[in-house]
Design a protein around this ligand. Structure first.
Ligand code: MG
Length: 446
């Protein structure tokens, strides 16, 4: 049975230093703010509840935030998916964001973002940013529903008719990668990411000594730089010969080799005209980007692990990268992402938002609405929506001929069937990245 907001806050504050007088003053202030900032022609809208809903139709740990309002039946959905730490995000939403946001205005998205962002004082981490993203995107969804418009209209309207995607082609050897890439080209994709095996192509390395030595766990993954670095130029050569020049090729180094090895690799791959090479360095090695830039004109994409502006501002304003690739929920939602897009536009850096399976359909829709509205859109990582996922999230964007299309419903246009979502609880494994080691057991990132 749900409790009234007032009772919930009273319970929450019981035993805290904050007294009931202060709490009631807080409520009065929130009420006054709601009345002062009501959208003209519309009654003030308040947040009545913020909930986290975890579901896993495809074994990926999705977290969606539902924001309910003082208008019966009017709610918004936002993506807060952090596949490796979903339980921590759920706790952050329910124990902190919900009591913080209740009774505050649902209209003033920027104000909410700024205050929720600093309400923990210490900020910019992935757990709190994902929780904040859930709230933020949900408020944009509500804003669209109130306006009777898709979110891309609120952002200024369309710059293009649909969102160009890239697909993931992979295989254990070049011919398998070719077959996989060819199947995507036949489906209409013009951009294909090519990978051999898992990131770093560990299957090309010999049996690692750390396992025989009993170091780490037998399930720990393995890769060595040498075989991977030798294989990638051969893969690009094979795919260019097999599929010609019309297709755009992408590749993700996934920060798995030493920086100087990555520089050698990017220089070698430049002649195959990649669309971009992604994550040549770990975020902790951002200082290598100017060194790389001086040596090659190969387009570089970076940023899926970024959490905050300290990590991207220098890379963009110094023109050291070509594509910014953040995960929208990881940086705190649509509000910071649209500012990032504007910053990047001034430096001719294009977008390539992170969009694999560990983004909910609400998050994919948010990516697509922003992609449609910004001039400096580059490319979108292509999602895959299983039939199960489409049932749980009615209104999923649609993939046609290598493009992503959003529907024209108000807001993000994606709903959540909570009853069905509950049939797919999170898997027992609470989420972690399997350790990757070099031959002697040294940990690789990641
Ligand atoms: Mg990546």
């Amino acid at each position: 049975m749900s409790q009234s907001p007032l009772i919930s806050r009273r319970k929450l504050l019981a035993g805290c230093a904050v007294g009931s007088t202060a709490m009631l003053a807080w409520r009065d202030q929130a009420q006054a703010q709601n009345e002062a900032t009501a959208t003209p022609g519309l009654p003030p809208l308040k947040i009545s509840k913020v909930r986290a809903i975890a579901t896993s139709p495809d074994r990926v740990r999705l977290v969606v935030v539902k924001v309910e309002t003082s208008e019966p039946g009017l709610y918004g959905l936002g993506c807060a998916t952090f596949n490796q730490r979903p339980l921590a995000v759920v706790e952050a939403v329910e124990k902190y964001l919900d009591p913080f946001a209740r009774d505050r205005s649902a209209d003033d998205i920027e104000d909410m973002w700024q205050n929720a962002y600093t309400s923990s004082y210490w900020r910019n981490g992935p757990v709190l940013n994902n929780a904040l993203s859930g709230l933020d995107m949900a408020l944009w969804d509500i804003k669209g529903k109130r306006a009777g418009m898709p979110v891309y209209q609120l952002l200024g309207g369309k710059c293009r008719f649909a969102v160009d995607l890239y697909a993931h082609a992979s295989g254990r050897e070049p011919k398998e990668v070719e077959d996989s890439a060819r199947s995507y080209v036949e489906q209409g994709f013009r951009h294909v990411r090519i990978q051999m095996g898992s990131y770093g192509s560990g299957h090309l390395s010999e049996n690692p000594d750390f396992r025989d030595a009993g170091f780490g766990l037998p399930a720990d993954d393995h890769m060595d730089s040498g075989p991977y670095l030798k294989a990638m130029p051969k893969l690009f050569e094979h795919i260019r010969k097999a599929l010609g020049d019309k297709i755009e090729l992408l590749h993700d180094v996934h920060e798995r080799v030493n920086p100087i090895e990555a520089i050698q690799l990017v220089k070698e791959l430049e002649k195959y005209r990649p669309f971009f090479i992604e994550d040549p360095f770990a975020p902790e090695q951002n200082g290598y980007f100017p060194i790389l830039r001086q040596q090659t004109a190969c387009p570089i994409a970076m940023g899926e692990l970024f959490n905050n502006p300290h990590e991207w501002v220098d890379l963009i304003t110094n023109r050291w990268i070509d594509f910014i690739r953040v995960h929208l929920s990881q940086i705190g939602g649509l509000t910071p992402a649209r500012k990032l897009a504007v910053l990047a536009e001034h430096f001719a850096v294009r977008s390539a938002w992170h969009g694999p399976s560990d983004v909910s359909p609400v998050g994919h829709a948010c990516n697509a609405h922003l992609d449609l509205a910004i001039h400096n859109f580059g490319i979108q990582e292509g999602p895959r929506f299983s039939d199960k996922l489409k049932e749980v999230f009615p209104g999923c964007p649609e993939i046609k001929n290598g493009y992503l299309h959003v529907n024209e419903k108000p807001g993000f246009g994606v709903d959540l069937n909570e009853e069905l979502a509950a049939k797919y609880p999170l898997p027992e494994n609470p989420g972690f990245w399997t350790p990757v080691r070099r031959r002697d057991g040294t940990a690789v990132r990641p």
